[in-house]
Design a protein around this ligand. Structure first.
Ligand code: ZN
Length: 121
């Protein structure tokens, strides 16, 4: 069985949209493939409207251990230099370039910390 959230990821749409258009809480692989093969008008419309916009889903990948999580990007997120699991030590990451200031941003996805290096000038 595929959860609605996973189905939304596969279809590259927000989960709220999947719910609004009546996708059941769980789907079979066959049901999802039917939607992919013959997308309903709302899905075609949504994809057409999204050209060039921000991604609906992003994959967060830990720079230390490679753990990955697919999540919805938040508007407030800056551009991260690194992303790591929240249990790693800052020293597990490559050090910032000389003259760069590193900022830690907590609460990225379920268990990640974002790191942003910016030049001090
Ligand atoms: Zn990690």
């Amino acid at each position: 069985m595929i959860t609605r959230r996973d189905a939304a990821q596969r279809l590259d749409i927000p989960p709220e949209m999947a719910a609004r258009h009546g996708l059941p809480p769980t789907l079979t692989e066959g049901q999802l493939r039917e939607i992919e093969d013959d997308p309903p008008p709302w899905l075609v419309q949504s994809r057409a409207n999204r050209t060039g916009k921000k991604p609906v889903w992003v994959e967060l990948v830990c720079s230390v251990c490679g753990h990955a999580e697919t999540t919805r990007p938040k508007k407030w997120w800056p551009r991260f230099t690194f992303i790591s699991c929240d249990h790693h030590q800052p020293s597990d990451l490559p050090p910032p370039l000389r003259g760069n200031h590193r900022e830690e941003i907590l609460g990225i996805g379920n268990r990640f910390v974002g790191w942003v290096d910016t030049p001090l000038d």
